[in-house]
Ligand binder design. Structure first.
Ligand code: D41
Length: 665
């Protein structure tokens, strides 16, 4: 076989398997096998650079950052959609169509989920992806070809099958970011101190608007196609056939599309999708209803900006308007005062909401939220409801501006705003509010995992004076517990048992449980791996701490401050007396992997994934669940997922299980 043929064969195989994985969500080979093919191609291309073509699977990320986006006129305008909000709007829509067509017969419609992303157009010339652009105002958009190339579900070359590919093909669709990826991205941004995206749609749009395609490549965007511009020489009979044809060429279409005859069937499927909405891993904000037959579409025609043959039937908003009756300050574990709006109860997408967070004083000032204001409240996914904005037109002058108090609403101590921070904080470390939150944290799952010790019980224990710090938990008797409200003898005994069991929890989780500011689970592990005992950690100086990789000034300062507090030292002494673990479980094995981040993907043959992760941690490294630029190694096992692809794209070192084992000796 010639080099050219070998390269072509590898590209065909890689395109086939990428399609199975990213478009059909049904892979046939493991990531490791895919990687092997990929590296074989990469190495051949490196030896024969003149054979590299832009549609090669190795060429998804490559372009240099742009200075600006060019604009482009769509050859056929990208229309927008009229909105329907209730069943009667659909009945009217159907009636208009029947009148135009002069028919009484039921019309065939296609009902699709309406994806909440960013509309784009892809242009394929002779089957090769050449230009991609945003919808823009429908007439002109921005050229974002480089960014769209990084999306794995967009083929760089279409499959040639039973339907010959048009010389020029323009397809339209929606680019989205799924909800888990959105949440992960925001978590990372929070850690990095970057502003958060309000929703997956904004995150997708923000990712596509990057001038540097390498940033876009790090966001696992996806695309579903639903419309057509020019398709040279091709006449599709209907929308379903169009979707099936482009799917055959390798483009991704949404599997939830459905052919519905008449408005009854349309409305029934709209309701069905409304129920499915809660379980989808991407956001949809309604359905799109389209006349299936293309000849009928032409006959029905378009208005200036939208077709008469299609309509968006929106789901009820997850935003509602209600009135703020009061604003209160809630005190958290670290003493942070969070302003919370108490509102007239309102049903938002099926959930009664009467409280919404206002985040902090800066947010209140920025949005100019006042007591008595009518506001737009939003609920998105699992997150706490939040106030989006004020409806200023409904003000009558009686609204009162709000400032966080300078005395803690719970203990009356001074509230201070630290320079450079958004948070106002109560300075009293014995504040009952902080104490309650601190004890809830101490008992939580990642910490000492004391089952049954929930909010209500903690409130009672603190309010009755039975618990003044977390060490007191271990002195509470079954009788005292059983004397509390809603506490049967049996549950009291269960809690005593759970407390007993917590004495076996390893030191890193004990350190996490202490609630030292900026010391999360990972940092707690670093500290325990380094110092080996709570005694040693207690004596650590700022300079000792700052020496440790990944420990910065902020953490070091906070740790020193915590252990200089007499009250904390006393509590720790009592925890020790109660019998909690005060020494690291295993001897620290070293710091071979200090500063290195590992990601494990797929099934390992000789150890469980969590064992492998623990091993890395015991050697001073960090185990993470997602691949990023900061990842040092990705260890791939059997049937690995998309993480290996991502590692390749980012140039992260990929190790086999054997290589990993060699590394750890
Ligand atoms: O899922 C969507 N967001 C979606 C948007 C969809 N499934 N179908 C659509 N169909 C059209 C027409 C009928 C005009 C081809 C659309 C859109 N338009 C659309 N998206 C943004 C503006 C218009």
């Amino acid at each position: 076989m010639s080099i050219e043929d070998k390269i072509q064969s590898l590209r065909n195989q890689l395109n086939y398997h990428a399609h199975r994985y990213y478009v059909l969500d049904d892979p046939e080979i493991s990531d490791a096998e895919y990687d092997r093919l990929y590296y074989e191609l990469l190495s051949l291309e490196q030896q024969h650079p003149h054979l590299v073509t832009p549609d090669s699977p190795t060429q998804r990320v490559g372009g240099a950052p742009l200075d600006v986006f060019n604009t482009i006129s769509h050859s056929i305008p990208m229309l927008s959609l009229d909105n329907a909000f209730e069943d009667s709007d659909i009945i009217d829509f159907d009636a208009r169509i029947k009148k135009l067509l002069e028919t009484d017969a039921d019309i065939e419609y296609v009902v699709e989920p309406k994806l909440d992303g960013l509309a784009v157009e892809l242009v394929y010339v002779n089957g090769v992806f050449t230009v991609g652009s945003t919808r823009g105002d429908g007439v002109t958009g921005e050229v974002i070809t480089q960014n769209l190339r990084t999306i794995n579900s967009i083929p760089l070359r279409l499959f040639n099958n039973a339907h010959p590919i048009p010389v020029r093909l323009e397809v339209r669709g929606e680019v989205i970011l799924d909800i888990p990826s959105f949440e992960k991205l925001n978590k990372q941004r929070e850690q990095d101190g970057e502003p958060l995206f309000a929703n997956p749609r904004n995150a997708a749009a923000g990712s596509l608007r990057q001038l540097d395609p390498r940033i876009t490549a790090k966001r696992p965007l996806d695309m579903f196609c639903y419309g057509v511009g020019i398709a040279d020489g091709f006449t599709f009979q209907n929308h379903i056939q169009f979707l099936e044809t482009i799917a055959g060429w390798g483009l991704k279409v949404n599997p939830l599309r459905k052919l519905c005859k008449g408005t009854r069937a349309v409305i029934a499927y709209y309701r069905e999708l409304g129920e499915m909405r809660e379980n989808l891993n991407y956001e949809i904000d309604g359905t799109v209803i389209k006349v299936n037959d293309f000849a009928l579409q032409r006959q029905i025609g378009i208005k200036t900006r939208s077709p008469r043959w299609a309509i968006a039937y929106k789901f009820p908003a997850r935003q509602e308007v209600t009135q703020i009756e009061n604003i209160i300050a809630q005190v958290g574990r670290t003493g942070t005062l969070t302003p919370v709006a108490i509102m007239k109860s309102v049903n938002i997408g099926g959930v009664e909401v009467s409280r919404a967070t206002l985040h902090n004083q800066d947010e209140i000032d920025k949005k100019d939220v006042r007591i008595g204001d009518w506001v737009v409240v939003q609920r998105a996914g699992d997150v706490i409801p939040e106030v989006v904005k004020v409806v200023e037109s409904r003000r009558d002058g009686s609204e009162k501006p709000y400032k966080l108090p300078d005395k803690c609403p719970v203990c009356g101590s001074h509230v201070v705003r630290i320079e450079g921070e958004a948070a106002h904080r109560c300075q009293n470390i014995s504040c009952p509010a902080q104490l309650k939150e601190g004890i809830k944290h101490f008992a939580s799952r990642g910490a000492l995992d004391i089952e049954g010790l929930g909010s209500k019980l903690v409130e009672q224990l603190v309010d009755k004076g039975l618990v003044k710090d977390y060490a007191d938990l271990y002195d509470v008797s079954t009788e005292q517990l059983a004397g509390l409200e809603r506490m049967a003898e049996k549950s009291a005994q269960n809690i005593i048992d759970a407390l007993e069991q917590s004495k076996r929890i390893p030191l890193d989780r004990v350190v996490f449980a202490l609630g030292i500011r900026f010391v999360g689970e990972h940092v707690a592990r670093l500290l325990v791996n380094h110092f080996g005992s709570l005694d040693a950690l207690k004596k650590a100086s700022y300079d000792d701490l700052i020496e440790i990789h990944e420990i910065g000034p902020q953490i070091a300062e906070s740790v020193v401050e915590f252990f200089s507090e007499e009250k904390n030292l006393r509590a720790i002494q009592r925890l020790q007396a109660a019998g909690l673990q005060m020494k690291a479980e295993s001897v620290v094995k070293g710091d071979t992997f200090s500063g290195k981040t590992f990601v494990f993907t797929g099934t390992l043959e000789t150890m469980g994934r969590s064992d492998a992760e623990k091993l890395v941690q015991s050697l001073g490294g960090r185990a993470s669940g997602s691949v990023s630029k900061k990842t040092d190694y990705v260890v791939v096992g059997r049937d690995a997922g998309s993480k290996a692809d991502k590692a390749r794209e980012l140039g992260v070192t990929i190790l086999s299980e054997d290589e990993f084992k060699t590394m750890i000796g």
